[in-house]
Design a protein around this ligand. Structure first.
Ligand SMILES: Nc1nc2c(c(=O)[nH]1)N[C@H]1C(S)=C(S)[C@@H](COP(=O)(O)OP(=O)(O)OC[C@H]3O[C@@H](n4cnc5c(=O)[nH]c(N)nc54)[C@H](O)[C@@H]3O)O[C@H]1N2
Ligand SMILES: Nc1nc2c(c(=O)[nH]1)N[C@H]1C(S)=C(S)[C@@H](COP(=O)(O)OP(=O)(O)OC[C@H]3O[C@@H](n4cnc5c(=O)[nH]c(N)nc54)[C@H](O)[C@@H]3O)O[C@H]1N2
Ligand SMILES: [Mo]
Length: 747
């Protein structure tokens, strides 16, 4: 998820938490989901940091914290504005940081003034005295680190949540400092890498937009003609249009009104490679959509869970993929460090590595030669006639993705880091011996083969060649209201203070020296659009300048619907009395090719009267994602072998449910799930919680006999997504699986 500054990922890193005095964990449960990070958090605690958890559920992380506060899900923005209200009124904020480095903070101050402590308390359920206490202690702690994860993103307001948190950290002056920052603990192994590599429908690798300029940039790096790429699309408009999201494709099959968003046609085929699929909300609609396609292909080391839900008897293929143990390559950690991974064993039986499957697919689609061209070109540069996988692919990626500065990450450097773990400090990431000056895994941006990587974002008190940088200048030098977007600070040793992104056109005026010959070589390019050499960037670094510019963060995003983050009640809110005061977004046509409802769904009926219970979901330590892999592991299935729903004893008593009873949970989409009740004080009296890690039981129907012989997992259960509510983030279309309503009955 991109943060306020247009980049995704942690600003700092996990070891860096040792420098924190206060760790604010909001919407994350690292004790279960990031046990290694939790070790670092607990070490920081031993060294004196205060650990504070804000979560609707009393989690294992909450149990290990100094303080735990229960919040109503979907109300984090109101909490932060309440805290800011107190912080601003009592002058506990870092005015200089805001003035120098943040555009539009005045608008945040205005909004915060509307959230009296009483109002924030009413919305969030957190008592006024507690909001004051958190605000005062966090403001006094220098520095404080802020951690979040899916508790914030899986909401209609998910993007706004991920903007308000860095805004809070800027008010407190905690950005660009060791022990501070916003630290998003990412999900899967290499999820950071997959977003860097554009496993997203709205960008090209490196977060390049879908414009002709970006396509032309990649055409060069892929050694294909731009016109050939264009010919693969219906037309130029579709080439520059966001694709379906993981969450919206089903609407492109089921609802004719969406076909116009998809070049006038229904979606016809689905190839799933590396997603469990029952992880997506509205599972029943997904199943129905799957069965209306012409072709469905799953590429997976296990039998994909969604395949089991299918009722079709043709054109569904399950192809065996090699696992991570049977493949190698670079993977990006949650802090933007890239790491080399070695193959442990050759793929078993008929399994193929993912790239082999894609090569075969490209071959049958008739463009294998173009697909592999850059691999051969990169091999040629090293005097080879055959390419080596994944080395030559790594070269393609690192040389093309210059927006976020991957060009310093050659596969040779990455391998050398992996082979020499003992040469790096675990707290600071700094290298020793031959790696002196480098940071482990060259966390991006790593601008050149001499650049050390960037362990902490936005630290403008160290030189760029030590990992220093201001905020990225990505939206022009001047805001629409005429304010400068450039920083008044000069990085140590820099030729100028705030400046635009480096281009051949502005280099000279910024004090960057290029010879005549070099000028010719970089003509017409920018720091992000180079090809064949890295001269412009290298000369900028020599002048002490960060290639992407040195600017201000923007608290006001002038081109978005919510220019600043605003509290909006969830579509299916337990506080029906607040849905008109804090309405959700207007409906959004063509949102990742589907017409998505917001406000119209919110007011379609008085949801909470029919479905009075708030529905939360999360994860178990023994299972991963859909649990496809982990429920197929005998011992993990033994540890956590059964789907359950946590219900508060008061609620259970009211509904006549005993611990261990089977219950029907009814969702707002007309589906239901049969789950075992677990009475628990972890949830409040009006919420339930379920793990998302099960599937294989469909609205009470056991699907075990659908698995091909010998492939059934050891444990199955209802999927939480069979009963999730309708709702999508207004920017990313991430499903709202952290809010929703339901009704419960004893089965
Ligand atoms: N063992 C294990 N580890 C995993 C995974 C797994 O499946 N199993 N999955 C991996 C993946 S893909 C990811 S993305 C991460 C996810 O890691 P986390 O985000 O830590 O996981 P969750 O348990 O889904 O949600 C975190 C917390 O958010 C809380 N929450 C829900 N709604 C709200 C809200 O509105 N506000 C606030 N403040 N909190 C809220 C939930 O109660 C929950 O405790 O974990 C990764 N690690
Ligand atoms: N209700 C609810 N739903 C949620 C969430 C929630 O908190 N609540 N969390 C959401 C989040 S954050 C996430 S990330 C998703 C997770 O959802 P998924 O990403 O769907 O979950 P996984 O089960 O990890 O899926 C990975 C799939 O890839 C396969 N696989 C593993 N290795 C390889 C490989 O090398 N090659 C190939 N081709 N396949 C491989 C696995 O067998 C598995 O089928 O769930 C989301 N859904
Ligand atoms: Mo995730």
């Amino acid at each position: 998820m991109a943060n306020t500054f247009g980049f995704g990922g942690m600003t700092n890193h996990i070891g860096d938490m040792m420098f924190s005095k206060y760790i604010f964990i909001i919407g994350a449960n690292p004790a279960v989901n990031h046990p290694v990070s939790m070790v670092h958090i607990l070490r920081a605690k031993e060294a004196g940091a205060k650990i504070v958890v804000v979560d609707p559920r009393f989690t294992k992380t909450g149990a290990k914290a100094d303080e735990y506060y229960r919040i109503r899900s979907g109300t984090d923005i109101a909490l932060i504005y309440g805290m800011l209200n107190h912080i601003i009124k009592n002058n506990l904020y870092d005015k200089k940081f805001l003035e120098d480095r943040v555009y539009g903070y005045e608008e945040i101050i205005k909004e915060a003034m509307r959230y009296t402590l009483e109002e924030a308390s009413d919305i969030t359920g957190i008592p006024v005295k507690d909001i004051i206490h958190i605000a005062e202690e966090m403001a006094a702690a220098k520095p404080a680190s802020l951690i979040w994860n899916q508790g914030l993103t899986q909401h209609t307001t998910g993007t706004s949540n991920t903007r308000i948190m860095p805004i809070l950290q800027m008010f407190l002056g905690n950005m660009g400092k060791n022990g501070g920052g916003v630290n998003i603990l990412r999900g899967h192994d290499n999820v950071q890498g997959s977003s860097d590599m554009a496993a997203n429908p709205d960008v090209l690798p490196g977060y390049y937009n879908l414009s002709e300029t970006s396509w032309r940039h990649f055409a060069k790096h892929w050694y294909v003609e731009y016109d050939w790429l264009l010919s693969r699309f219906k037309d130029k408009k579709m080439m520059e249009t966001k694709g379906y999201a993981h969450s919206t494709w089903k609407f492109g099959v089921l609802d004719e009104e969406n076909f116009q968003n998809n070049g006038g046609t229904k979606l016809r085929a689905l190839v799933v490679i590396g997603s469990g699929m029952t992880s997506v909300s509205l599972l029943d609609l997904q199943k129905k959509a799957m069965d209306k396609l012409d072709l469905v292909v799953f590429v997976d080391p296990y039998v994909n869970d969604l395949a089991i839900y299918s009722e079709r008897d043709n054109n569904l293929f399950v192809l065996p993929a090699a696992s991570q143990m049977e493949s190698s390559g670079s993977v990006a950690a949650t802090n933007r460090s890239y790491q080399w991974r070695s193959k442990v064993m050759e793929p078993l039986f008929e399994c193929k590595e993912d790239q082999e499957v894609l090569f075969e697919l490209a071959k049958r689609l008739g463009f294998l030669e173009q697909f592999q061209r850059s691999l051969y070109e990169n091999a040629k540069k090293e005097g080879r006639s055959e390419f080596i996988w994944p080395e030559d692919a790594t070269t393609e990626l690192t040389q093309s993705v210059r927006s976020i500065g991957l060009q310093g990450m050659s596969y040779k450097r990455l391998k050398a880091h992996q082979e020499n773990w003992h040469m790096f400090d675990k707290v600071t990431l700094e290298g020793k011996g031959p790696f002196k000056g480098e940071y482990y895994g060259l966390p991006w941006p790593c601008w050149s083969d001499k650049h050390p990587g960037t362990p902490v974002f936005y630290n403008d008190s160290i030189p760029v060649m030590r990992g220093g940088m201001g905020f990225r200048v990505n939206w022009g030098d001047v805001s629409p209201d005429g304010q400068s977007m450039l920083s008044p600070h000069r990085l140590p040793n820099a030729s100028v203070a705030g400046h635009s992104p480096i281009s051949a056109a502005n280099a000279e005026s910024l004090g960057i020296k290029l010879t005549k010959e070099e000028q010719k070589q970089v003509e017409g390019t920018t720091y992000a659009l180079g090809f064949g050499n890295n001269i412009l960037v290298e000369r900028a670094l020599e002048a002490g300048l960060c290639p992407y510019g040195n600017g201000k963060a923007r608290a006001v995003v002038w081109n978005w619907y919510d220019k600043i983050p605003l509290h909006r009640e969830p579509i299916h809110s337990v506080r029906g009395d607040l849905v008109n005061k804090y309405p959700n977004f207007p409906d959004k046509p063509n949102h990742y090719r589907a017409n998505i409802k917001y406000r119209s769904r919110q007011i379609e009926k008085n949801w909470v009267s029919e479905f009075p219970i708030n529905m939360l979901s999360g994860r178990l330590v023994a299972h991963m994602g859909t649990g496809t892999e982990t429920r197929s592991a005998k011992y993990l299935a033994e540890v956590e072998g059964e789907m359950f729903v946590e219900i508060h004893p008061d609620k259970a008593y009211e509904l006549g449910i005993n611990d261990g009873d089977m219950v029907w949970v009814y969702g707002t989409m007309g589906t239901r799930a049969l789950i075992k009740a677990k009475l628990s004080y972890r949830v409040d009296a009006n919420s339930i919680w379920m793990p998302q890690n099960f599937s294989g039981l469909e609205q009470g129907k056991n699907l075990l006999d659908k698995y091909p012989q010998g492939t059934a997992p050891y444990a199955i259960g209802e999927s939480a997504n069979m009963i999730s509510s309708y709702g999508y983030d207004y920017n990313t279309a991430c499903p709202e699986t952290k809010c929703g309503l339901c009704r419960i009955e004893k089965a």
